[in-house]
Design a protein. Sequence first.
Length: 184
Amino acid sequence: MKKEMEVKILNIDVLKVIEKLNFLGAKFLHEENQKNYHIFSSKIDIIPKGSYLRIRELLSKNGEVLHCELTYKENIANKSFRENNEFNANFSDTKTMLEILKFLGYDIVKIGEKNRISFEFMDSIIDIDTWNKEIYPYPYMEIETESFENLYKILNLLEIDKENISLKSIEQLREEVKNQKEYI
């Protein structure tokens, strides 16, 4: 199990954020393409609100699957961060894993692809995520750090407006966008 504490920063300009991170001396870690399967059930309701089950495939530039991981993210109530206990298991066959989960009652799968650019900065991980437009049309940044004080130091150095901080999951953000479109 891995404990993670993170926030999302919405309304970012990807190129400006990367430029600022480079200027501040952040260490570029990697860029990767992911295929994410968010898994739900129409039959059972045992996963608490804010927690979720996901399969993540890391993809090569050609779309070949390099790595597969099943994750259960258990959300912990926290007003400052999105705090999770993250349970991960590696496997090699997504199709079979989805069949097993279906037998267990997890019969709804939402698939999305994203590009992630990752940096290390001030003992924190900063990810810039851009999903395919059908899943979530706006890029955002995630900052995973150990303390609220460190988060605010990073936000100040990056000149990020604190009203752009979000503790919402990608599913919650997707729902907001869907509701905005229905309203218009």
